[in-house]
Design a protein around this ligand. Structure first.
Ligand SMILES: [Zn+2]
Ligand SMILES: [Zn+2]
Length: 128
């Protein structure tokens, strides 16, 4: 499966009860929405649906590597400076991580950090 951003073959990471794909080029990870929710709950965070965020359909962010439909950007965090991409068909999620490591634990930590910041910006938490 190729990275929706770089069209580079992603590497599968597995462990800690999770499976995800990571792009060696941009360090982006691709995982299922159910997987994201499981990780969030395990770290005492609300599910993705409750984290807020603003879909931006004008932003072109590439195609789902599985469904070949356009991904939708969801913006959030401080002044909407953060973004993850989602596929409305299969529920796949793509987000950039900040870890150089191919260790699944580091990837998970990075994902949780991302959603913590995404969530904590003013207003974003209160739904809408
Ligand atoms: Zn990439
Ligand atoms: Zn899809």
């Amino acid at each position: 499966m190729d990275c929706p951003r770089c069209a580079v073959e992603m590497v599968q990471l597995e462990g800690e009860g999770s499976v995800m794909s990571r792009c060696p080029e941009c360090a982006g990870v691709w995982l299922d929405i159910a997987e994201v929710n499981r990780l969030l709950l395990r770290h005492n965070m609300p599910g993705l649906e409750s984290l807020g965020g603003y879909p931006n359909v004008d932003e072109s962010v590439g195609q789902c590597p599985e469904c070949q439909v356009d991904l939708v950007a969801v913006e959030g965090g401080e002044r909407r400076s953060m973004r993850y991409d989602t596929c409305e068909v299969c529920g796949g999620i793509f987000l950039e991580t900040e870890t150089e490591s191919e260790d699944v634990k580091e990837a998970i930590k990075s994902i949780i950090d991302f959603y913590r910041r995404f969530h904590h910006a003013k207003g974003a938490a209160k739904g809408a």
